[in-house]
Design a protein around this ligand. Structure first.
Ligand code: ATP
Length: 364
């Protein structure tokens, strides 16, 4: 039977405070699924409900079709991994990994064999006899994962497991975790406020804000086709232009901004007269020469300054009349890749900038 995890209208209240609000979604067996959102948005609360440490105030959680209400954490097919790992520092690595098997009365020879298999899996085959205190942070992280996998959970629940590691190691561990998930086929539910982590590792991502799911999609869709203004600005950089909808034609709309009329995809079906936000990614903007066709938007801007970032540069641009445009004093940002073609630019210079209507998303 498929071990899908289903949240059906799940709400969690602490007193009057609603930490998770009416969440419905299905996480498929074998999927790498992340919850992404800022601190306090309710991610950990969801994980605690799936693992059985909290019961929802309302709604049902099912694993493999079975209602989990009243089923305690150690009776569920889940294993939870925290940021602070709670490994036993004085035991050897293999004893740590086999701990859950020992509790279950598995004989020593079998435990050792299973620990060795898992050490292969986490790419630490020679670490069996080491003590945990002799390992690096990333190695400990992998041992904790092996220990959780030893008891063959159907679902691994990981709560910001990489946040204590330094940047290089974190990036390395992203690939490791993804590989371990692929090799085992175990469902991973991963909690993070780090969009890079969520987008690189996951099959699908749920973006959360204030207890509410904003969007559940593949990483590329979260980035290219955000469903709400929150997703458009929380994930990656975005330029935002505000104004009323002037015209709608099919899947497209035109809004009136103080940069003139701008056209984009009318993603959520706005109607003429409604106030809208148009989002355009900095890397989708480019310098244009002369007039542009109807499928392109044109902005007449003035260069404020350039931030050189190495492989690319950010151009900070303002309205021709010197105003900051719609961007709360920040102006418009355009990203140019440093592929040998970065032009010589002077602050104060007038720059016509374009972006395709197909690259712009219009949201309420
Ligand atoms: P972080 O990334 O900081 O861990 P999070 O998205 O995981 O954040 P949660 O830990 O799920 O957030 O908390 C969501 C909200 O619920 C927070 O405002 C938190 O203060 C509140 N909360 C969580 N647990 C409790 C509790 N036991 N009693 C009261 N309020 C709680």
């Amino acid at each position: 039977m498929s071990q899908d995890i289903q949240l059906d209208r799940v709400t969690m209240r602490f007193g009057d405070f609603v930490a998770v609000k009416d969440v419905s979604l299905t996480i498929h067996a074998g999927e790498f699924f992340s919850f992404l959102g800022p601190s306090g948005c309710g991610k950990t609360t969801i994980l605690r409900m799936v693992s059985g440490f909290n019961e929802p105030s309302e709604g049902v959680i099912r694993i493999g079709g079975q209602d989990m209400a009243g089923i305690g954490p150690n009776k569920r097919p889940t294993a939870l991994i925290f940021q602070n790992l709670a490994l036993f520092p004085l035991m050897t690595v293999w004893e740590n990994i086999a701990f859950g098997l020992e509790v279950r009365g598995v004989p020593k020879a079998k435990r050792r064999k299973r620990a060795d298999e898992l050490l292969e899996l986490i790419a630490l085959p020679d670490a069996a006899e080491k003590r945990v205190s002799e390992l690096s942070g990333g190695q400990r992280q992998r041992v904790a994962i092996a220990r959780a996998l030893a008891v063959e959970p159907k679902v691994m629940l990981l709560d910001e497991p990489l946040s204590a590691l330094d940047l290089k190691l974190r990036q390395h561990m992203r690939a490791e975790l993804r590989a371990i998930q692929r090799r085992t086929g175990v469902t991973f539910i991963y909690i993070t406020h780090d969009q890079g982590e969520a987008l690189t590792m996951s099959d699908r991502v749920a973006v959360m804000s204030q207890g509410v799911i904003q969007q559940v999609s593949k990483s590329s869709e979260i980035y290219n086709d955000p469903a709400t203004p929150f997703v458009a600005t929380f994930v990656g950089e975005n330029n935002v232009f505000r104004g009323p909808v002037k015209a709608v034609d099919g899947d497209w709309a035109v809004i009136e901004t103080n940069h003139g009329l701008l056209r984009g995809r009318n993603r959520n079906g706005l109607k003429t007269g409604e106030t809208a936000l148009l989002f355009a990614r900095p890397e989708r903007l480019s310098l244009v020469n002369g007039a542009v066709g109807a499928e392109m938007n044109r902005l007449d801007l003035t260069l404020g300054h350039v931030d050189f970032e190495g492989s690319f540069a950010n151009l900070f641009l303002r309205n021709g009349n010197g105003q900051a445009g719609d961007q709360a004093g920040r102006g418009v940002i355009m990203q140019m890749s440093n592929d040998g073609g970065l032009p010589r630019l002077t602050p104060g210079e007038k720059l016509p900038v374009g972006f395709a209507a197909a690259d712009a998303v219009i949201l309420p």
